[in-house]
Design a protein around this ligand. Structure first.
Ligand code: SF4
Length: 365
C-alpha cells in the first residue's frame, strides 16, 4: 500500500528504536495524547520495543471516553422521546450512561440511527421532516469543522427539524490541566496529529514555554510514533523544551485556516466537563447564540441531570495517565468490550479497549 507501507516498515522502526536506545541516558515519562496513537503503540508493540527507561502513559484524547456522563444521559433522554430521531456515530451507542446506553434505547424501540458524517445527519433530517432529528456532535478540534458546517448548512436551509447536542472538547486546556496536576509525571507530549492538521501547532508553544515541556506533533503509524519519541528524547536529553512537528506530511504551523474560520463562525469557547477528569475551564466548544434554533440543549430545554459512575471504574486515572488499564480491578474481568463499565473500554480510541485487544495477557493476578 503506497504511502502507508513506508510508515510501517519494520526495518525502519527497529532502526529508530535502536537510535532511541542510543540517545537515552535516564528515565523519562512520555504521554501520547490521542487514543488513535495509543492503539498504534499497543498494536505494534512499540512500548516493548523501546528501552526500559522510556515509559509511555496514555492521555485523554479519546473523544468518546471524555464526553461527559451528563451529556450521554441527555442523549439517552432525547433518544427516548417518541418524536425524536437521534443520529450518532456508532461508538457512542455502547457508551454507558448512568443507567442505560443508546443501544438499549434503540433495542427498546427508540429511533437511534448510526451515521458516518454530519452530511448523513443532515440528510436524515431532510428526508424525515416530521421527525425532530438530533445529531450527537462530539469530538476534538478534528471533527469540529465538519460539525460546524452541518449547523451552518441547517441554518442556511432553514432546516428547523435539525438540531445538535454538542460536546466538543479542546486539547490544549487538557494538557494544561495535566501539567498543573500535583500528581503529574509526564515530562513530554506527543501532540495529536489530526487535531494539529486542523489547528496547526502555534497554540502549543505557550504551553511548552510556560511548563518547559517538549511537545512533538506526531502521526499515527509506527514509524511516525517512533520518530516522534526519538525527537522528544533528543529534546529531553539536551534540556530543550520546544514544539516540533514530526507529522509534516499533514500538519503545517498555521493549520487549516478555512476550517478554523467555520469553527469560529459557528462555535464559541466554553467551560466543559470531561468524563473522568472533571470540569476544565475554556476547554469546550458550544454553538453561538445565532445557532440557538439548532442547539438541542435550548430547543429541548434540557436540564442538568444527576449522574452516577460505577465505583469500580478508574477511567479518571487512566485518562490522566496516572494508571494503566491493567491496574483496574475490573479490566478484562467484569469490564470487557461486550460489557463495558466505562467509556475507555468501548471506544475504538479507548486505552482500555486497546489493552484488551492487544494485551489481554497483561491482566494483573
Ligand atoms: S477497564 Fe473498564 S472499569 Fe476499568 S477503567 Fe477501563 S473502562 Fe473503567
Amino acid at each position: 500500500m503506497k504511502y502507508i507501507d513506508e510508515y510501517r516498515d519494520e526495518r525502519l522502526a527497529r532502526a529508530l528504536a535502536a537510535e532511541i536506545s542510543r540517545q537515552v541516558t535516564r528515565s523519562w515519562v512520555l504521554m501520547e495524547i490521542c487514543g488513535g496513537q495509543t492503539h498504534t503503540l499497543m498494536r505494534y508493540g512499540i512500548d516493548e520495543l523501546l528501552p526500559p527507561q522510556i515509559e509511555l502513559v496514555h492521555g485523554p484524547g479519546c473523544p468518546v471516553c471524555v464526553t461527559a456522563l451528563e451529556t450521554i444521559d441527555k442523549a439517552i433522554q432525547l433518544a427516548s422521546r417518541p418524536e425524536v430521531t437521534l443520529v450518532s456515530y456508532g461508538d457512542m451507542l455502547r457508551v454507558p450512561g448512568s443507567h442505560s446506553d443508546l443501544f438499549r434505547v434503540k433495542a427498546g424501540g427508540g429511533d437511534v440511527r448510526v451515521v458516518y458524517s454530519p452530511v448523513d445527519a443532515l440528510n436524515v433530517a431532510r428526508a424525515n421532516p416530521e421527525r425532530r432529528v438530533v445529531f450527537f456532535a462530539i469530538g476534538f478540534e478534528t471533527t469540529a469543522p465538519a460539525n460546524a458546517m452541518a449547523a451552518w448548512q441547517a441554518r442556511r436551509e432553514g432546516l428547523r427539524n435539525f438540531s445538535m447536542l454538542v460536546s466538543h472538547v479542546l486539547v490544549p486546556p487538557a494538557i494544561r490541566l495535566l501539567l498543573n496536576s500535583p500528581g503529574n509525571r509526564v515530562q513530554a507530549f506527543i501532540a495529536p496529529g489530526h487535531v494539529c492538521t486542523v489547528m496547526g501547532y502555534r497554540e502549543y508553544e505557550a504551553l511548552s514555554r510556560e511548563f518547559r515541556v517538549p511537545i512533538v506533533v506526531g502521526g499515527f503509524e509506527p514509524v511516525d510514533l517512533l520518530e516522534a519519541i526519538s525527537m522528544l528524547v533528543a529534546q529531553l536529553e539536551a534540556g530543550r523544551a520546544e514544539v516540533e512537528n514530526q507529522y509534516v506530511r499533514s500538519v503545517c504551523y498555521e493549520g487549516n485556516l478555512p476550517a478554523q474560520r467555520i469553527m469560529q463562525e459557528v462555535f464559541e469557547v466554553c467551560d466543559r466537563k470531561w468524563r473522568g477528569v472533571g470540569p476544565i475551564p475554556q476547554s469546550g466548544l458550544k454553538l453561538r447564540p445565532e445557532f440557538a434554533a439548532h442547539d438541542a440543549e435550548q430547543v429541548f430545554e434540557l436540564a442538568d441531570v444527576a449522574t452516577e459512575e460505577p465505583a469500580v471504574c478508574i477511567s479518571a486515572q487512566v485518562l490522566q495517565g496516572l494508571k494503566k488499564p491493567v491496574d483496574c480491578p475490573a479490566f478484562a474481568r467484569t469490564c470487557t468490550p461486550e460489557n463495558p463499565l466505562g467509556a475507555p473500554m468501548v471506544s475504538a480510541e479507548g486505552a482500555c479497549a486497546a489493552y484488551y485487544q492487544y494485551r489481554r495477557h497483561a491482566v494483573k493476578a
